[in-house]
Design a protein around this ligand. Structure first.
Ligand SMILES: Cc1cc2nc3c(=O)[nH]c(=O)nc-3n(C[C@H](O)[C@H](O)[C@H](O)COP(=O)(O)O)c2cc1C
Length: 148
């Protein structure tokens, strides 16, 4: 859905389970998909990539992060993966783009929060599936402006 909204001709899909550092470095604008698992943790495939990420220099990269979460069953860790990844990327020099309002979600705490915004786009397929299309469409338009 996101790729269609951004325009397929403008995007290249890379599998997060097999991505390499060199692949990441070959792009200036990136979108990371980071769902939250294990009560506020990254899924295994991202967790295993963290050591490599921590050795990378991402200065000059603009990176947007989206991620699935479940605000009803995990209200204390809603979409934490977005925040964990945004911190890691920012620490390596990347500029995080694609912040979104946390209004319209119902949760207790989230590492994705920066003030009253998420450091990316939180999607909840379990509890708010009908909002995804609009959220993704809006975010794609925002990214078209924030990516240069
Ligand atoms: C074992 C388990 C732990 C989860 N932990 C969290 C969590 O801490 N926070 C959250 O927002 N969602 C959590 N979720 C919900 C998932 O993020 C959600 O199901 C999401 O749609 C999974 O996305 P994926 O299929 O792209 O990996 C968890 C789901 C499972 C099964």
């Amino acid at each position: 859905m996101l790729v269609v909204a951004l325009g397929e001709e403008n995007t290249e899909k890379v599998n997060a389970e097999t991505v390499t550092g060199d692949q990441i470095l070959s792009f200036d604008n990136l979108i990371f998909g980071v769902p939250t698992w294990f009560d506020g943790e990254l899924p295994n495939y991202w967790d295993e990539f963290v050591p490599e990420l921590e050795d990378m220099t991402l200065k000059g990269k603009r990176i947007a992060v989206f991620g699935n979460g479940d605000q009803k069953n995990y209200p204390e860790n809603f979409a934490d993966g977005i925040g964990i990844m945004a911190d890691l990327l920012e620490n390596r020099g990347a500029r995080i783009v694609g912040f979104t309002s946390a209004k319209g979600y119902d949760f207790e705490s989230s590492k994705a929060l920066r003030g009253d915004e998420f450091a990316g786009l939180a999607l909840d397929f379990e509890n708010q599936p009908r909002q995804n299309k609009e959220r993704i469409g809006k975010w794609a338009e925002q990214l078209k402006k924030e990516f240069v």
